[in-house]
Design a binder for this molecule. Structure first.
Ligand SMILES: [Zn+2]
Length: 153
């Protein structure tokens, strides 16, 4: 594990104690491991494969203690990104991952700085660093909040 924690202000890697060496923030840092960004399009999977890969990854992430996933699926009315996005939305709405995903929030619904965004950040502060990258193109991702009730077998 390369980095232990990240600054809650500037997002840079830092140690757990003391002020941030990058921006001087005295704020308590965030553990770096509870949010993961995952790009489902890596390796150009088919739509069916993407849904399978996602199921496997969600299980792995839970076992690692990940609390939230920024799922990058791309968007667009044509092209594989759009197909994968639609399939993932459909799978979520049909509760395909409901035993492991507590909540899912489409990127379109959490514009940076909106009330929905602030609500989400309150639940999972570790998301802050990631969501700031999506000011303009939220439609290409979905936030998954992983199950708190999940027990590793
Ligand atoms: Zn900092």
């Amino acid at each position: 594990m390369a980095q232990i924690a990240e600054c809650s202000e500037c997002g840079n890697a830092r140690s757990l104690f003391g002020d941030c060496p990058h921006c001087g923030s005295p704020q308590i840092p965030l553990l770096a491991v509870d949010v993961i960004e995952f790009n489902i399009k890596l390796g150009n999977p088919s739509v069916d494969d993407a849904l399978e890969i996602l199921a496997v990854k969600i299980r792995e992430f839970l076992e690692l203690g990940v609390k939230a996933v920024i799922l990058i699926h791309g968007y667009g009315s044509s092209g594989q990104g759009g197909h994968i996005k639609r399939a993932i939305h459909e799978a979520l709405e049909n509760n395909r991952y409901a035993d492991r995903v507590d909540e899912y929030i489409y990127g379109e619904n959490v514009p940076y700085g909106s009330p929905a965004y602030l609500e989400l950040i309150k639940k999972r502060p570790g998301l802050k660093r990631y969501l700031r990258h999506f000011k303009a193109s939220n439609a290409g991702m979905t936030v998954l909040l992983l199950g708190s009730g999940y027990r590793s077998a």
